[in-house]
Write a protein that binds this ligand. Structure first.
Ligand SMILES: [Cu+2]
Length: 312
């Protein structure tokens, strides 16, 4: 907590020192600030360590250049003739150690928080395939596949600039409720993929035969769309398996679950209806068997008839 406050203070000081427009330009190049506690923690850690490195760099190079300039040969300076200094060696060993340990404390805290998937409100299983994602909402019973959007697929052969979010759009979005801790279980059906949405601050490999896990808790006021993609080279269509997360409020999420469930139920009914003509009535089966007597051995047909009438 102390380090988080310290990094906020340093970021604030940097903002004040550089001016807001310069900071805006810097933000475009910098790591993006996400919409989850973990992404903020990672951002603050990154800023804290960046600032420590910059300060060390300024001090070290400053001392070095000033020394070279002020003690140059042209001013008549003679080089010092010492080969060993216990004092200097202790200082340049102990000081970096202290700095490294100071940086390791907040970094370890962040890593522990990232791995803490306990007390989640919702669990989603994500299975990667070449080249699509399957999402299963374990509590809500919703399952679907998410593919590259047809508009992007079509644009590959036409004009990629003509479509919005080229290769960054999907046919089915992952809908998540804001303010809820979502545990994501990751695995793969074929090769290693990686599920990565930068704004959510999480990226992990999806490995066949293993379950990896991560967690996401999107801020209450951050409803909207967040885009990501597979981040592990997984084959020829690696660049064609994007991820789109839609963050909704709790009411919107519940509505989406109800819609998806209704759609899944009607799909099931339609599939059962489509199967029916294939399941012939008993009389029709007998007719088929009788007709088959022209084509197959009479003994097989007789056995089938006998079985039907309760014989054998
Ligand atoms: Cu992949």
């Amino acid at each position: 907590m102390y380090f988080t406050r310290l990094s906020r203070l340093l970021v604030g000081a940097l903002l004040a020192a550089t001016g807001s427009s310069a900071f805006a330009a810097f933000s475009d190049l910098n790591m993006p600030l996400g919409v989850t506690p973990i992404s903020r923690e990672a951002y603050e850690l990154h800023m804290l360590i960046l600032i420590i490195c910059v300060v060390i760099g300024i001090i070290v190079f400053g001392v070095m250049f000033i020394s070279m300039l002020k003690h140059r040969k042209s001013l008549g300076h003679e080089p010092a003739q010492f080969h060993h200094s216990t004092k200097a060696e202790i200082v340049w060993t102990v000081l970096p150690c202290v700095i490294l340990v100071a940086m390791a404390v907040p970094a370890t805290n962040a890593l522990i928080n990232m791995e803490d998937t306990s007390e989640s409100d919702l669990t989603i299983k994500v299975t990667a395939y070449q080249w699509k994602w399957k999402y299963e909402y374990l509590e809500d019973g919703v399952t679907f596949y998410s593919n590259l959007a047809p508009s992007s697929r079509q644009a590959i052969y036409e004009d990629p600039r003509a479509v919005d979010n080229y290769l960054r759009n999907v046919d089915e979005r992952v809908v998540l409720p804001v303010g809820k801790k979502v545990r994501v279980l990751l695995t793969s059906d074929d090769v290693i993929h990686a599920w990565w949405v930068p704004s959510l601050g999480m990226k992990k490999d999806a490995i066949p035969g293993f379950i990896n896990e991560l967690w996401i808790k999107i801020d209450e006021d951050k409803t909207g769309l967040y885009r990501g993609q597979c981040a592990e080279l997984c084959g020829k269509d690696h660049g064609f398996m994007p991820i789109v997360v839609e963050a909704r409020n709790e009411e919107g999420y519940k509505m989406w679950v109800a819609e998806r469930k209704a759609a899944m139920a009607s799909k099931k009914v339609a599939a059962n209806e489509a199967k029916k003509p294939l399941e012939a009535a008993p009389e029709e089966q007998a007719a088929v068997v009788t007709h088959a007597s022209d084509l197959v051995q009479p003994s097989i047909v007789a056995a089938a008839r006998s079985e039907k009438s309760g014989g054998l």
